[in-house]
Design a protein around this ligand. Structure first.
Ligand SMILES: [Zn+2]
Length: 220
């Protein structure tokens, strides 16, 4: 088996919020934290955002991809799963990749922001729907996340690395409150290794060229 390990580095240019399950006094929605008390981008948030990104990119390039996340509209034939299901998983075929929570480096202050719910139909703000959200500081420290897994051969490992790396580069925002300017990315980078050795960039680029039908993949 081939051991693939991806180190994801996310640099945010705005504050970030994802609602965690803990309570914080003064906030209706507190930031997600790890068990050891660090602010995190939860693995599920990260994986979901990258899956969405990979799906829309491949679809834009006319690659066959199913429609998640409803199981009824996802790949029916387990013997020929689409690329997204192969890499990110299918209800009946778990992903070979395991995402860990993304952790913000260093010490970080958080802020409480107030928000007002707006009815999109009536375009009216209801003052009674005022709520308070805990966010990171603006432009928080770089968030590092590890994603790893075992693959039967080098080719499928490289393919998975290429798809995740593409989605990370493509990712423009993550977490809640994007319309309020939260969670926007400055850049996302991936360092892929296979059995401890760096995977050359050309290996990933070859997949991107193939998927895009030879069209140039925008760099940063
Ligand atoms: Zn699929």
């Amino acid at each position: 088996m081939e051991y693939l390990r991806l180190t994801l580095r996310l640099v945010l240019k705005t504050a970030f919020h994802t609602t965690g399950n803990r309570r914080r006094w003064g906030a209706d929605k507190a930031l997600a934290m790890s068990a050891d008390g660090r602010y995190v981008i939860p693995a599920t948030t990260l994986k979901g955002a990258l899956r969405d990104g990979a799906e829309s990119l491949l679809r834009a390039w006319n690659q066959p991809v199913c429609m998640g996340p409803m199981p009824t509209t996802m790949c029916a034939d387990l013997d020929s799963l689409c690329l997204v299901c192969q890499v990110f998983g299918h209800p009946q075929r778990p992903s070979p990749l395991r995402f860990q929570d993304g952790r913000f480096g260093g010490d970080m202050d958080t802020l409480i922001r107030s928000g007002v719910s707006i009815s999109r139909q009536r375009r009216a703000a209801f003052p009674q729907r005022l709520f308070f959200v805990e966010t990171t500081e603006p432009a928080p420290p770089t968030c590092l996340a590890i994603c790893e897994g075992y693959f039967p051969d080098t080719a499928t490992a490289h393919q998975a690395a290429a798809l995740v790396a593409l989605a990370v580069r493509w990712l423009s925002a993550i977490g809640g409150g994007r319309t309020r300017g939260l969670g926007w990315l400055e850049r996302g980078e991936v360092e892929p290794t296979l059995n401890g050795n760096p995977i050359p960039h050309e290996e990933l680029e070859a997949f991107w060229r193939e998927w895009s039908g030879g069209k140039h993949v925008a760099q940063d």
